[in-house]
Design a protein. Structure first.
Length: 263
């Protein structure tokens, strides 16, 4: 059973989905994604108490004008852990959410039992420039993110032309642009700070990712985060947790169980 509630964290209002029981796991979603409970989250909720907050400006969460840098979101979620009374959690972040999760980890690894980054953006990669998402038409954007078109259809809004859908997409793009426009999709300071991460780290990557390809994008994350493990999922693009939910959830859950038992 899942519930959605609205809460206020240091005067910032967000929606929070919750499901499952056991060791707490915080999931941070990507930008402009399907902000709803999906099979991946249901699988994790079989073994963990999953908390799934909706970023300010995304889904039903109101905008927060004070958020001007990616670190503001990282501090926001550390504050959320305090408000929820969670001392240490498994932290899982996908794409933009992976960037936020990495920023949290370099600030406060002691709050984490483990860290899982799913096709993260957020660091400057030598020889690679992230494609400019803000300038893409919808078909090109879908092709950039998904390997399986059926998954794109399952996670898309019911009516892409409905005014409320267009308003939500505009709000989400605005919220993303506030922290990721310049520099585009990376924090110049993050890469050299990744060595500060002491939490056991799993990198999950889609083999067909076109936004942040395995080569060259995965290697610097694995190199810079001490002891990081890389898993590549052969049938996925940028969102393997949506395209191969059972396989990715199993990998994440097994990693969390193993590392959490040693923590």
């Amino acid at each position: 059973m899942t519930v959605t509630r609205r809460l206020t964290v240091r005067a910032t209002t967000i929606d929070l989905m919750e499901g499952g029981a056991g060791t707490p796991l915080l999931f941070l979603h990507g930008a402009g994604g399907a902000v709803r409970w999906l099979p991946f989250h249901a699988r994790l909720a079989e073994r963990f108490a999953v908390r799934y907050p909706i970023h300010p400006g995304h889904g039903g969460s109101p905008e927060a004008d004070w958020i001007e840098h990616i670190s503001d979101l990282a501090f926001h979620y550390l504050d959320l852990l305090d408000d929820l009374g969670l001392d240490r959690v498994h932290l899982v972040g996908a794409s933009f959410g992976g960037w936020i999760a990495a920023e949290m980890a370099v600030m406060a690894s002691h709050r984490l039992r483990s860290l899982t980054l799913i096709d993260p953006v957020g660091i400057k990669v030598d020889g690679w420039i992230y494609p400019f998402l803000f300038g893409m038409e919808l078909p090109e954007l879908v092709g950039m993110i998904f390997q399986k078109m059926e998954t794109a259809m399952l996670t898309a809004p019911e009516d892409m032309t409905a005014p409320e859908t267009l308003i939500t997409l505009y709000r989400q793009n605005t919220a993303l642009a506030r922290v990721a426009w310049s520099p585009y999709l990376y924090d110049p300071l993050l890469r050299r700070r990744l060595a500060r991460i002491t939490a056991p780290t799993l990198l999950c990557w889609g083999a067909h990712d076109r936004l942040a390809p395995v080569s060259p994008c995965a290697e610097p994350w694995q190199k810079e985060i001490p002891g990081a493990t890389l898993r590549v999922f052969a049938e996925s693009g940028h969102v393997p947790h949506l395209e191969e939910p059972d396989a990715v959830a199993q990998a994440v859950a097994d990693f969390c169980d193993d590392k959490g038992a040693r923590a």
